[in-house]
Design a protein around this ligand. Sequence first.
Ligand SMILES: Nc1ncnc2c1ncn2[C@@H]1O[C@H](COP(=O)(O)OP(=O)(O)OP(=O)(O)O)[C@@H](O)[C@H]1O
Length: 296
Amino acid sequence: MAEKTKILFILNPKSGRTSQLNVPDLLTRYLDADRFKYQLVHTEYAGHATELARQGAQDGYQIVGAIGGDGTVNEVAQGLLDTSAVLAILPKGSGNGLARHLGIPMNLRHAIGIINEYHSSAIDTCKINGHPFFCTAGIGFDAYISSIFASNTKRGLQTYVRLVLQEFTKFKPQEAVLQLNEQQIKTKVFVVAFANATQYGNNAHIAPKADIRDGLLDVCLIRDLDFRKAINLSLGMLTKRIAAGSSAEYFTTTTINVRSEQNFKFHADGEYIGEASRFEVSINPLSLKVIHPKGR
Ligand SMILES: Nc1ncnc2c1ncn2[C@@H]1O[C@H](COP(=O)(O)OP(=O)(O)OP(=O)(O)O)[C@@H](O)[C@H]1O
């Protein structure tokens, strides 16, 4: 009999839907026990998932599964960079941007079914000032919101929307210079989003044309926004029609540099990282293997 494939599942107990999900029970019932043997570990602090994933890959687990939201997926995926282990995602977060992009079902039973099929391929990975990201990163308003969100005791979509509405009028665009494709753009910046995947999570598609395997970053520049344009933009994100609107401009590139006189806050996969006045964002084509539904 063929040897079973070893999976290490890493669960973030603090992520998203904390409800009555009984992950051990779901894994026992629905993961194909003839094909896989697994171990389930819980994170104990922020950043722990990266250590666990790296150790798991070193210990010979062929698959390392992230059970959580984009923050957990980011941490696990970081630990798998430069290893041969394959990333699996069981979405349990509030946004689940990468899982949604890859067509992984939000229902955990069905997501386990995708692991059972074990169809995988490589995706691009990116870095912003050395911090890996796999879905989106950004400077400006989205990072400003993630910085407040990080210190909020309540998470979830409702909190996020409330913060956006509350903070929108307070936020002032800043001057910056963008350097990409031998082009220099000196402009006010409300948001610059760097997209590997199409969405922030929750089906908010900031870069509807982004292809996660094309070796290119999709850059979305929003110079300034009034309330009416912001509503249009939000609707555009949800209907994947943002590119047709006038508030957002799009570029594709392999590297982009941004500099400014003032600091910008920045995020990677929705997690607030800090502030800087210079940014280098780059892409490493097809550098991480991920399990996803066939054809995605
Ligand atoms: N045991 C832990 N205790 C406290 N924080 C943790 C723990 N494990 C992970 N974290 C942190 O929890 C944060 C949120 O995780 P995650 O992003 O997966 O959930 P989410 O915010 O609900 O989902 P999404 O990003 O999809 O909206 C991450 O910043 C991660 O570092």
